[in-house]
Every structure is written in structure tokens, then in C-alpha cells.
Design a binder for this molecule. Structure first.
Ligand SMILES: Cc1cc2nc3c(=O)[nH]c(=O)nc-3n(C[C@H](O)[C@H](O)[C@H](O)COP(=O)(O)OP(=O)(O)OC[C@H]3O[C@@H](n4cnc5c(N)ncnc54)[C@H](O)[C@@H]3O)c2cc1C
Length: 410
């Protein structure tokens, strides 16, 4: 049975990150919304790379990685008792930080989407090499968005090196990261099964950041276009196997898609944090105007505005519970692809609706730049677009429930 009780460590992290959101993020939120491409230097103390280096040193000392390490377990084993682990820790941390600022959370050095891919698929040797970097994730291309199976960037093996060519757009943290995880095809004739991910350190000849986007929201976060022109990387910078499965191509593609099982609940958690911020401020502002929600009051005795706030709170809670369920399943070794898409669809949509409705409810105060409500409405829009749009999540949920393939249900 799902366990929603958090461990002491998780509760501690939640409180600490709430403080970070309140005292570090909020005071600089408007500044980096205006100074779009400036690096938020105030975030340097949160850099995750030193902590990752310390964890690696500890694991090495314990003989868990490096020469003489115990053999890697092939299968993810189901824990004997139900528990909340790293996935739960990650979503509650993200919720708290995004209560502060989504764009700034995405700009914390060392915590890019590419790091999630490395953590999910890298071999122990690769984790040692790439675990200490700040990695972005480059999937989208000018002619390949929602349909990631149509990726055109190529990776050709030449001796001991892969040679990559293509253009990647809308890469979050693509300008500031030190490594990019790139999706490319090793054989265009073999479709989905030939799509693999590759780790390319910045500074590799042939890789160039050519543009930074100006955006509606999350303006503290940089979004880059990256060109790959005969970009050569070592053969063992591929994540996972280079073999192209001849049989079940869907299963082979599923391996790279597995990253989304971790990242979609995280993006849903961003929507939960951002919309919580909007609800909290709206309730505070309305409270000052004498409108206080009494959840015990019968619905028919509520004013229209009270009833609206209760409806939004209920939607928010439903979305939050779906996120926790997806994280909990992952922590307990259970498949969670369906739940990851469900929570992303619900939280993305509800996040958009709540943040915009809060602007409306607060009228001119909500619309002005004196408060952050208008900014949160702008920031939340992307959370229903990247890591798979609302429509794509609904499509995935429908396919899984109806047991139809992507060819059968488009
Ligand atoms: C700020 C920002 C940051 C981003 N960060 C990253 C990143 O770090 N890495 C990365 O790789 N990408 C990133 N992206 C890209 C993002 O993931 C894509 O924008 C997203 O996947 C949608 O692709 P698209 O923009 O090409 O839209 P399209 O795929 O062209 O879709 C356009 C519209 O059509 C709908 N649609 C498409 N197919 C279907 C269908 N079969 N049924 C019903 N409706 C459909 C979509 O839902 C959408 O509403 C980012 C984008 C932005 C704006």
C-alpha cells in the first residue's frame, strides 16, 4: 500500500528547501525574470557537483565503485518493505524549490535533465566519469518535437569514436551546463530502435551553442540551440548498448524513453510547487480583503470566490497525490510509465489553470508586476509543454490503458 509518510530525512530536506525558496530564490526572482540571460550567481552555494564528488569518494572508499568493486546487480530488485526513497525525495524537493522559482530551480548547477539520464542508464564506470557534471538533455530538433522517434541527428561509428551531426533546439541549461546528453540515431533505416543517447562534454570540437532563446516564462533558465558538426566523442560515451535490436523495436526505444519515467514526475512536481505559490499568495491577498476560506462551511453557503478556491485546492491536492504515487512506485521497483504520464498531464493542466485563475481573482494586483502572480502564470505554461505536452501525455495514458501501440493510436 502507498506510504505517504515522509522519513525524517525527507522532512528535513523539505523544510530546508522551503527556506532556500523563501530566502534565496524569492528575493532574486524578479531580477532574473528581467535580466534574462544573466547567470544567477547567487545559486553557486547550491552547486550539486561537490556533494556528488564527496558521495563518489565515499562509495570508492567503501569499495562500491572503481577497481575491485562488487559486481553490478543487473535487475532493479524490489525492496522487501515499501518505502520512500530517492524519487520521493526528488519530487518533494522540486515542489519546494518551485514554490520559490521554477526558472531558478532549473538553473541550480549540477541538476540538469541530462543528470537524470546519466543516473538512470549509465554504467558504474560512466557514472564515475559523468556523475560529477552539470548535464543538459538535447532531444528536440527543428523537425522533431513531440514525436521523438523522428530524430534526425546522426551518430556514426568511426574507429574508436562516434561522429555526431545535427541541430538540437530548446535545450534547457544548454548554455550553462558542462555536458550535453544528446539523442541521435545510429542507423536512420532502423527507426526507433536505433535512437541512442550520447554524452558530449562542452568544449568538444564540433559542438557549438549558437543561440539563446527569449521566452514567455522561466526566464532565469537558459534555453539554447546547439549545433553538432562532425563532433567526435569516444566510443564509450554512448549511454547503454550500441546494439540495434532487430526484434522488439518498441522495447529497444523504451530503454531511452525510460528517462521520462523519472523526469515527468519531476516536471509535474514543478507545476505543483509553482501553483502552490500562486494559491498561497492569492489566499493571503484575499484574506487581507476579508475573504477567508472555511473548508468546513457547506458549499451552498460559500461565496462564488470561496467555492472557486476550494475547487482549486481539491484539484491541486489530486495532482499532488498523483505525483507522489508515481515517485513512490519508482522507489519500490514498480513500473510507473502510466502514472508518470498521468501525473504530468494532471499537474501540468491544473498548474496552468490555477496560476491563471489566481491572476484573475486578484484583478489588477494579480496582473501587475508588484506581485509575482503574473510571473507564475507565465512560468507555469512551459510545465504543460516540455517533457511531453498535455496532448502527448493523454495519448500515452490512452495507449497504455487501451493496450494500443503508437502505430494503432496516433
Ligand atoms: C523553455 C523550453 C525548454 C525546453 N527544454 C528542452 C530540453 O531541455 N530538451 C529538449 O530536448 N527539449 C526541450 N524543449 C522542447 C520541448 O520538449 C518541446 O517543445 C515539446 O516536446 C513539444 O515539441 P514541439 O515544440 O516541437 O511541438 P510539436 O510536437 O510540434 O507540437 C505542437 C502541438 O501539437 C500537439 N501534438 C503533437 N502531436 C500530437 C498528437 N499526436 N496528438 C495530439 N496533439 C499533438 C502538441 O501537443 C502541441 O500542442 C523545451 C522547450 C521549451 C519551450
Amino acid at each position: 500500500m502507498i506510504n505517504l509518510e515522509l522519513s525524517e530525512a525527507h522532512e528535513g530536506a523539505e523544510k530546508f528547501l522551503h527556506d532556500v525558496a523563501l530566502k534565496l530564490f524569492r528575493p532574486i526572482s524578479r531580477k532574473y525574470d528581467k535580466q534574462e540571460h544573466d547567470v544567477p550567481v547567487e545559486l553557486a552555494p547550491l552547486d550539486r557537483r561537490p556533494a556528488a564528488a564527496a558521495a563518489l569518494a565515499k562509495a570508492k572508499a567503501a569499495g562500491e565503485v572503481g577497481a575491485g568493486a562488487k559486481p553490478e546487480k543487473k535487475e532493479r530488485k524490489k525492496p522487501e518493505t515499501v518505502q520512500n526513497g530517492n524519487n520521493m525525495g526528488s519530487v518533494i524537493s522540486v515542489m519546494q524549490m518551485c514554490w520559490g522559482d521554477v526558472g531558478l530551480m532549473l538553473s541550480v548547477p549540477g541538476g540538469g535533465l541530462g543528470n537524470a539520464a546519466i543516473a538512470a542508464v549509465a554504467t558504474p564506470e560512466q557514472k564515475e566519469r559523468f556523475g560529477l557534471v552539470y548535464a543538459s538533455m538535447a532531444i528536440t530538433e527543428p523537425a522533431s518535437g513531440s514525436d521523438s522517434a523522428s530524430i534526425g541527428t546522426t551518430a556514426d561509428l568511426d574507429g574508436d569514436e562516434w561522429v555526431l551531426n545535427g541541430e538540437k533546439i530548446f535545450v534547457t541549461a544548454g548554455g550553462r551546463c558542462d555536458t550535453v546528453v544528446v539523442w541521435a540515431t545510429v542507423d536512420k533505416t532502423k527507426g526507433k530502435a536505433a535512437i541512442k543517447s550520447f554524452v558530449i562534454p562542452k568544449g568538444t570540437p564540433g559542438m557549438e551553442v549558437v543561440k539563446l532563446e527569449h521566452k514567455l516564462g522561466i526566464r532565469a533558465s537558459d534555453t539554447a540551440t546547439i549545433l553538432l558538426t562532425n563532433c567526435r566523442i569516444p566510443k564509450d560515451n554512448i549511454l547503454g548498448s550500441s546494439e540495434v535490436a532487430e526484434g522488439d523495436k518498441r522495447a529497444a526505444f523504451g530503454k531511452v524513453m525510460q528517462t521520462f519515467d523519472n523526469t515527468r514526475p519531476a516536471v509535474a512536481a514543478m507545476a505543483i510547487g509553482c501553483s502552490r505559490a500562486s494559491l498561497d499568495l492569492t489566499e493571503e491577498l484575499l484574506g487581507k480583503a476579508g475573504i477567508v476560506i472555511d473548508f468546513d462551511k457547506p458549499r451552498w453557503e460559500m461565496s462564488a470566490i470561496e467555492a472557486e478556491l476550494v475547487r482549486m485546492e481539491a484539484d491541486w491536492e489530486a495532482a499532488r497525490l498523483l505525483v507522489l504515487r508515481a515517485a513512490w512506485l519508482a522507489d519500490n521497483g514498480e513500473p510507473n510509465s502510466l502514472e508518470a504520464s498521468m501525473c504530468k498531464a494532471k499537474a501540468g493542466r491544473v498548474g496552468n489553470q490555477i496560476t491563471l485563475r489566481c491572476v484573475e481573482l486578484c484583478g489588477s494586483i494579480g496582473y501587475s508586476e508588484n506581485e509575482l502572480l503574473e510571473k507564475w502564470a507565465r512560468d507555469s505554461k512551459i510545465l504543460d509543454i516540455f517533457e511531453g505536452t498535455q496532448q502527448i501525455q493523454q495519448l500515452i495514458v490512452a495507449r497504455r490503458i487501451l493496450e494500443l501501440s503508437s502505430a494503432q493510436l496516433k
